[in-house]
Design a protein around this ligand. Structure first.
Ligand code: SF4
Ligand code: SF4
Length: 157
C-alpha cells in the first residue's frame, strides 16, 4: 500500500513542480521585459553589438596614442605577457615603435588598465573576434614610430 501511495505522490509532485516551472516561464514570456538579446539577428534597427552591452563591459583593449606616455607599466602588470611594447629614444624624443596586445591570450583581468597612469589603455566594447588565424587576434596598435605623449600633457588618475 505504501509503495502505491508513494507512486501516486511522485506523480503528484511531478505535475505540481512542472506547473510551477511553467508558471514562471509563462510570466517571463508574457509579462516581464526580455533580459537577453538574440544576437546578432535581433539587436534592433541600426544597433550594433556595442550599443547593447553594458557600459562596464570588458572587450578588446583600446589604446589612445595621444595619451600613452610609453611607461610600460601595463606590460609589466600583465600576469600572462599579453602586451609587448618597445620604446626607442631618438635624440630628445622617445618613440613608441611597438605596442601589441595578444587578445587571444588576454583574460580581461583589467590589471593593465588599472596600472595605466594616463588612462591611455581602456576596455572597448568590441568582443567579436572570430577569425581563422589566431595571429589576427594579436592587435598591433602601432604600425610605425609614434612620439610618446608628455606626462604633463595628459590627465593622470
Ligand atoms: S586584461 Fe589582464 S590579461 Fe589582458 S592584457 Fe591586461 S593585464 Fe593582460
Ligand atoms: S598604455 Fe598606459 S601603462 Fe601602457 S605604456 Fe601607455 S601610458 Fe604606460
Amino acid at each position: 500500500m505504501n509503495a502505491v501511495a508513494e507512486y501516486f505522490r511522485n506523480i503528484a509532485d511531478a505535475v505540481t513542480t512542472t506547473i510551477a516551472g511553467m508558471k514562471i516561464t509563462l510570466r517571463y514570456w508574457v509579462k516581464e521585459p526580455s533580459i537577453t538579446v538574440e544576437y546578432p539577428d535581433r539587436l534592433g534597427p541600426g544597433k550594433t553589438a556595442a550599443d547593447v552591452v553594458a557600459d562596464r563591459f570588458r572587450g578588446f583593449l583600446r589604446l589612445d596614442l595621444d595619451k600613452c606616455i610609453g611607461c610600460m607599466q601595463c606590460m609589466r602588470a600583465c600576469p600572462i605577457n599579453c602586451i609587448r611594447i618597445t620604446v626607442e629614444k631618438t635624440a630628445e624624443i622617445r618613440m613608441l615603435t611597438r605596442f601589441d596586445v595578444n587578445q587571444a591570450k588576454c583574460m580581461y583581468c583589467g590589471l593593465c588598465v588599472e596600472e595605466c597612469p594616463s588612462n591611455a589603455l581602456v576596455f572597448s566594447k568590441r568582443f567579436e573576434g572570430a577569425c581563422f588565424n589566431m595571429q589576427e587576434l594579436c592587435v598591433r596598435h602601432v604600425t610605425g614610430p609614434v612620439p610618446v605623449a608628455k606626462l604633463a600633457a595628459v590627465s593622470t588618475k
